[in-house]
Design a protein around this ligand. Structure first.
Ligand code: OAD
Length: 234
């Protein structure tokens, strides 16, 4: 095996204390997803949306990467072939665990994007109407660098290329309801790529996987990485 493609979702950060999206009440930290994660919601009430992400940014800063994030960093470092790590998560726990190449297809909480010049800048604390874009100098044009509902995810061409070239597709902690990521398992299966799902629960996309590792990410991911690395070591 030469190439592994990994897709992570909110479940990998759950044991670091970051809430997943789809609780049974359909709310995300007390908010409707459409209000805090759509261009329309931002247009209607930018102050609320800025403040929602300021709180999330602070929670992410306080969170600590867990054993699953660390195991994936170890895999990137020690696997003799290619490891592509694509995440739907906006947190930076993969990077803080040591992963060096992380494709954030839904954007990043710790970055802002200028609506005027499109420049992306670091934003590790608070963001609101008073911030100035460090690239063009305009005040009030920065928004969270996050892909909201109705917007197109990032890096789709690179992702498609890496996925279709892979020998193994592994999805960790994702419910498989938000496209295009939800379609990756089916695409991989159509290309004859072996597929593994790591999740304590079954999901909408479970039927597309060859193998299911049922359990929390902190338990299943390190064990799976150990198995891969011992199979490839000489
Ligand atoms: P969800 O909240 O939809 O799903 C989280 C998944 O993680 C579920 O399938 C859980 O069973 C699983 N899970 C929970 N605890 C776990 C654990 N300890 N270990 C492993 N898995 C666990 O999150 P996503 O699928 O990531 O998009 O959501 C996809 C997208 O929907 C997000 O990226 C976000 C949201 O709208 C944007 O913000 C654009």
């Amino acid at each position: 095996m030469k190439s592994i493609f990994i897709l992570t979702g909110a479940g990998i950060s759950a044991e670091s204390g970051i809430q997943t999206f789809r609780g049974s009440d359909g709310l995300w930290e007390g908010h409707r997803l459409e209000d805090v994660a759509s261009p329309g919601g931002f247009h209607r009430d930018p102050t609320m949306v800025y403040s929602f992400y300021n709180v999330r940014r602070a929670k992410i800063r306080d969170a600590i990467p867990n054993a699953a994030h660390s195991a994936l960093a170890r895999l990137e470092r020690d696997f003799p072939g290619t490891v592509t790590l694509v995440t739907q998560n906006i947190d930076d726990l993969h990077e803080r665990a040591g992963s060096r190449q992380v494709v954030h297809m839904h954007g990043e909480a710790m970055k802002a994007r200028c609506l005027k010049c499109q420049a992306i800048s670091l934003c590790e604390t608070t963001l609101d109407e008073t911030n100035r874009c460090p690239a063009c100098g305009t005040v009030g044009t920065l928004r969270p660098h996050i892909v909201w509902f109705g917007e197109i995810p990032l890096f789709l061409e690179e992702i498609d290329h890496a996925l279709t070239q892979a020998d193994l597709f592994v999805a960790i902690g994702t419910s498989g309801v938000v496209y295009p990521a939800a379609g990756f398992a089916e695409l991989a299966a159509r290309h004859g790529i072996r597929t593994i799902e790591i999740n304590p629960a079954s999901t909408e996309i479970s039927p597309h996987f060859d193998e299911h590792l049922r359990g929390p990410a902190t338990e299943k991911v390190p064990a799976w990485v150990d198995g891969i690395l011992s199979a490839t070591s000489v």
